[in-house]
Design a protein around this ligand. Structure first.
Ligand code: G3I
Length: 302
């Protein structure tokens, strides 16, 4: 196959990208995105501050622009994200305790009912673990009680039973890291107690501090062995190593329940990291990079 999406589909997987609503008028951007990718994540437009700017008043204008563009072009959508300590609107940042807990529940219900039946995977909870000690990250949500994550998942299941429900985080790629083990233990506990969780998202933002490690395949297969899908949800690699991109792709392809890969932007100039780190598969002029070819070849060899 000659595109990433079609090549991934040969093994029943998808290949996705993050899309920004503000760039849907850029024809180079939409041409590449439409040609190469078959799973779409809104980079910011379905987050809490975007969708519920005032309590109880939902705004899906930009989320719907991305959703409609994706569906009109035959693509599926990953929803990102419903419960997170960042990008909370001001009104939510000022809440605590039971009123914050209720606001989280109401937010999940409001957004998921708008998109009911339309979203393949939802990142229900994002980045809830501490970066170093393997425990929970301190946040206003965490201070509402340790059960906030399972409450979020139970709420999400009831709101849209058709959506697959994911826990999504960064720096859970390296199997030897305490944070990875913390998330692994939570997923194992949720599966053993029947808390509804269907997938784990490995964001996979790789750089020199959190570098790709060959134990990544062990991480993917270990989560999958718990009975959840695994998705690579926000892939970018600072420096843009074609070999590392190939390794990541091959590690996903080696695990049947690794369902797909999403890169966090189209061209280097679209990256949250800035174009100078060369983190993505297309350069800032829209040309395919060596990393693109290595990913495509790996997908075609599967
Ligand atoms: O839209 C406003 C614009 O009106 C304003 O002029 C401009 C001035 O700074 O800010 C614009 O909003 C920015 C937005 O990106 C759109 O560009 C926000 O300030 C900025 O904070 C926001 O950054 C996003 C970041 O999440 C916020 O946490 C990045 O685009 C987005 O790529 C990044 O994505 C996250 C994932 O959601 C979760 N995992 C990590 C990943 C990378 O940080």
């Amino acid at each position: 196959a000659s595109t990433l999406g079609a090549a991934a589909a040969q093994s029943g997987r998808y290949f996705g990208t993050a899309i920004s609503a503000s760039k849907l008028g850029d024809s180079q951007y939409t041409t590449i995105a439409n040609r190469e990718f078959n799973m779409i994540t809104a980079e910011n437009e379905m987050k809490i501050d975007a969708t519920e700017p005032n309590r109880g008043q939902f705004n899906f204008t930009n989320g719907d622009r991305i959703y409609n563009w994706a569906v009109q072009n035959g693509k599926q959508v990953r929803g990102h994200t419903l419960a997170w300590h960042q990008q909370q609107p001001g009104w939510m940042q000022s809440l605590s305790g039971s009123s914050l807990r209720q606001a989280m529940i109401d937010h999940i219900n409001g957004v998921m009912s708008h998109y009911k039946g339309k979203i393949a995977y939802w990142d229900v909870v994002n980045e809830a673990f501490d970066d170093s000690n393997g425990g929970r990250r301190d946040s206003n949500l965490q201070r509402t009680g340790n059960d906030w994550i399972e409450v979020a998942f139970r709420t999400a299941r009831a709101a849209d039973p058709a959506a697959k429900l994911c826990y999504n985080d960064y720096n859970i790629d390296n199997w030897s890291w305490a944070k990875t083990q913390g998330v692994y233990n939570m997923v194992r506990d949720f599966k053993s107690r029947g808390v509804p969780i269907d997938c784990v998202g490995l964001q996979s933002h790789f750089n020199s501090q959190s570098a790709y490690n060959s134990n990544y395949r062990t991480t993917i297969s270990s989560f999958a062995a718990l009975g959840v899908d695994v998705a690579i949800t926000e892939l970018d690699i600072q420096g843009g190593s074609a070999q590392t991109y190939a390794n990541v792709t091959n590690d996903c392809l080696a695990v049947p329940r690794c369902v797909g890969i999403t890169v966090w932007g189209v061209r280097d100039s679209d990256s949250w990291l800035g174009a100078n780190t060369s983190p993505l598969l297309f350069d800032s002029s829209g040309n395919k990079k060596a990393a693109y070819t290595s990913v495509l070849n790996a997908l075609n060899a599967a």
